[in-house]
Design a binder for this molecule. Sequence first.
Ligand SMILES: C[S@@+](CC[C@H](N)C(=O)[O-])C[C@H]1O[C@@H](n2cnc3c(N)ncnc32)[C@H](O)[C@@H]1O
Length: 518
Amino acid sequence: MSNAQINKRIPNELLSRLSDFVNLNMGLYFPKDRWLDLLRGIRSAMPEFGFEDMEEGVRWLLSNPLKQSQIEVLACHLTVGETYFFREPKSFEALEKHILPKLIRARWQNQKRIRIWSAGCCTGEEAYSLAILLNRLIHDIQNWNITILATDINPIFIKKAQEGVYREWSFRGTPYWLKEQYFQDRGNGFYKILPQYKRMVKFQYLNLVEDTFPSIYNDTNAMDLIFCRNVLMYFSTKQVEKVISRFHQALLDDGWLITASSETSHIFYSQYITVNFPGAILYKKGAFESHGYTRIEEGFSTGSGHMDENVSLYEFPMKSPVKMAPEEPPNQEEIVEETPAPPSPETIEANFEKIFQEALQLYAQGHYENVIDLLLDSVTQQEVHTKAITLLAKAYANRGELSNALSWCEKALNADKLNPSFHHLHAIILQEQGEPDKAITALKRALYLNPNFVLPYFMLGNIQRQQGKLAEAEKHFENALNILSEYEQEDLLPESDGITAGRMRELIRVTMNKEMPA
Ligand SMILES: C[S@@+](CC[C@H](N)C(=O)[O-])C[C@H]1O[C@@H](n2cnc3c(N)ncnc32)[C@H](O)[C@@H]1O
């Protein structure tokens, strides 16, 4: 099909609108020189939408806001599914030799917790490579609380990832031991990832341009590493900027963003510290903004190929001396002692509300440290406001400070034991701490108090699936779906940081695909 043939059938104006529409809803960018690819994808999607005539189908697509199910169909026809194990080995080498050993040492003593997100995980090779790498680096991994979240917009890819069965082509360029030690040979050139590594990865549907993140409700918060490779190269500049700055919020202060070598850019990643490793450039979040540091690049001493630990990451800015005008002594006669009247309860409430709204805004922007500073001041000075306390708990959870998160959540529970959302939040924090059984108890409490609360059912299903209790998990997912049937697609679910009913249905559907025993 040539450009001329396409243009005969689809007017340019319509193609241009279609391209904007796909970009807006999915991030994918099809400029004029890629309209042929766009058309090919749309053409193969049309039968699923029930159209034979392309132009009619495209006009129909553009006439309404895209439904979740339509995004999925488009994703299956427009996304690129190219991936393999340990792709771009230099990035994995930087992780193996430098980043992970440092992180593991830092967490060894107390937390024993690592959180990694493979965003745009495709058929799962990247996420399983990470699970394998962690197993090679941590000898007592069974004592660690490891999260490897793997998300994608294409449900067919996620289903394949959940099955964990691969052909020779996924292993190209990998060392001989990979298949031998980590896969079961299923014959006919198929290899299945062994169950202990499969269990380490949690696959989830997530559209990077539409879905809420970071959020403790979909586990996209407090990440140590985010892998987003060969995904943003298909996005428009505007969408790339949006996603990158949300990744910044989702990372812990010392977290890392790993892109593909072809996606490195000083302009896009200006919020991050660019770090050169041999053969790989990675981005570190760093805390320079909040401390007034000046950024310089961390690097390697060129000869040795090892990270130069002596290179300082930061330089302190010179403070320019500030000239102060000499103070005039106060005129004693003008000083009138006044005892201010205590503020009325209305004023106190109004002040608190102002602070709380400011904290909510900071939270939405990912400035969790500022939320904490602001609220700590206000909750200690005023009578207990549980909404401030739970926001504090969430801000701490987003910073990975789980014991603080837990203690503020317990304060909220002490103030109001009958609040199901507090029990749900309690469960999330307990689960992040690696306490699934306690989390289950908290979730059951939440459901006892509100049997129509969708999120605890979803979480119960996830925990029990991870524990291998597939029948129980399915029951919880079914319960969640039953409750969801009362909602419209676009309805926001209560206490969910903006997750819609449609999206939750999708999350459950994709997760239930995993119900095949490992
Ligand atoms: C080429 S693959 C990259 C796989 C892997 N990260 C790698 O580097 O080997 C790109 C993936 O991005 C996913 N993707 C595209 N748009 C997305 C979006 N808006 N949200 C989430 N994933 C998306 C595609 O479905 C596809 O699986």
